[in-house]
Ligand binder design. Sequence first.
Ligand code: N01
Length: 533
Amino acid sequence: MEAKQFDAIVVGAGFAGLYMLHKLRERGLNVRVIEAADGVGGTWYWSRYPGARCDSDSIYYNFTFSEDLYKKWRWKERYAAQPEILEYLNFVADELELRPDIQFETYVKKATFNEDTKLWEIETDTDELFVAKYFISGVGCLSTTNIPPFEGVESFKGEKYHTGRWPHEKVDFTGKRVVVIGNGSSGVQAMPLIAKEAKELTLLMRTPHYVAEARNHPLTKEQQDEAISKYDEIRDSFFTTPGGIRMFTTGKSATEFTPQEQKETLEYVWKTGGLALGSVYPDVSVNKDTNAVVSQFVRDKIDEIVKNESTAKALHPNYYITTKRLIIGTNYYEMFNQDNVNLVSLKDNPIVRIVENGVELQNGTIECDVIVFATGYDSMTGSILRMDIRGREGQPLKEKWEDGKGVKTYLGLSVQNFPNFFMITGPQSPSVLTNMPSSIEQHVDWIDRCIEYLEENNIQTIEAQEESEKEWAKQCDDIANQTLFPYTNSWYTGANLDGTKRSGFVIFVGGLDNYRKICDQVADDNYNGFTLT
Ligand code: N01
């Protein structure tokens, strides 16, 4: 097999891969993006379930590195739906003429660092071999779907779908009995739309979650013009805010307000919609008293909306709000007032197995025609590890990050023994706790600057030092331990799948603004904490 030589191979043609390609190509590097799908878009290519939309305000959910590019695009709605985001990414690919350097319908199976040549050898399912100095993962944090290992899944005779691998054609639920497993962001968005068509919808719920009102609406021409005129402000928020997005906040703890003031403010946030329940009081994720105020407000809202008292109680979340991803929804709680919608709490009535005509629970079988798995992802590390990446002496990355031992990276960008391998929004970076395009721009810019430094100084390899990995993991854990996050079992804590153990905290929760300063300082100090050869 003849090897195809490049300076850099980038995996994935979502936001991350597209911008990385653009940057490195501008630097004069010969780059190839390898993408499994037949089009650009990454997660927005695959997640086509009904109601799929982003929970960042659309005017922030785009690139800002080019003012020209930013000003050429107008979003139609406050929260962009999946087709519009996919359209946007296709627009970016066309504007920047990226397609000629993307190889579609190709999956990276294995990547091995060759100690002799100091190059990466990348094997694909198309039986091609690519060789490159730099190997860059842009596979995202949430792209490997998770269907829990329920007994009997294959025996089910009806239709089954996972929200993250939805068919391209519309799925018709009319007259069907549908079971949905999972009520994270995906399930919450999909269910009210499915329930409009289905004869019957039953949610099998393991943990009740906090769902705030989205209040999506079309953007008027004036609002679009305003967004365009606010380019500088929006770009600035990518650099100066903890989430890479400007959010409504009182700037104070809830404990500094009277109960009446708290209620008025939270009512305002509820009516305005969006994720501001997580920002209205900056200490909501660290102060139990503030957290209790916001959590109770949502439980009271559930009681106001959901007419059946026992259903309302069953929907009450009881973990600290924000310690699992806050969800925004439209007509989610209202949906439980429909006669065709049922709720089963799996705590009281767990799943035994899936059978050919439905789902067998401890207290009987729910017959159905369709099962929708809204059961999330092998998050943060799943898509990276699926590639069988091998560093020095053939060491598999999987072995290094083995279950329970914990992820080891420096800055979430680089791994010791894996030279010239970079991760865009990898584990132990701020990633999913931020507006993703903000984090992606920061990472890509950092990697690009690093590569410029290596090329200008004739440096062959860069990799994290063992000691810096230890310190970084400690720093991620130390910051997380000052918050309420560790009280809740979630994929933030490294317990990404059923049965996997909690390891270290896999997200840097100290804010994108602080993280950016740390990364810039490392670069200013000529890559302190890295080994360069
Ligand atoms: O997945 P999730 P998601 N038996 O992991 C349940 C982004 N996103 O696809 O909470 C029964 O949040 C699980 O139950 P529990 C966003 O970052 C963004 O919804 O673990 N149930 C949970 O209810 C989001 O956070 C947008 O007890 C099982 C659900 O499945 C991330 O993607 C839209 C189970 C999984 O929820 C993932 O969201 C969509 C089992 N064995 C996604 N295993 C927006 O921008 C799991 N569950 C709006």
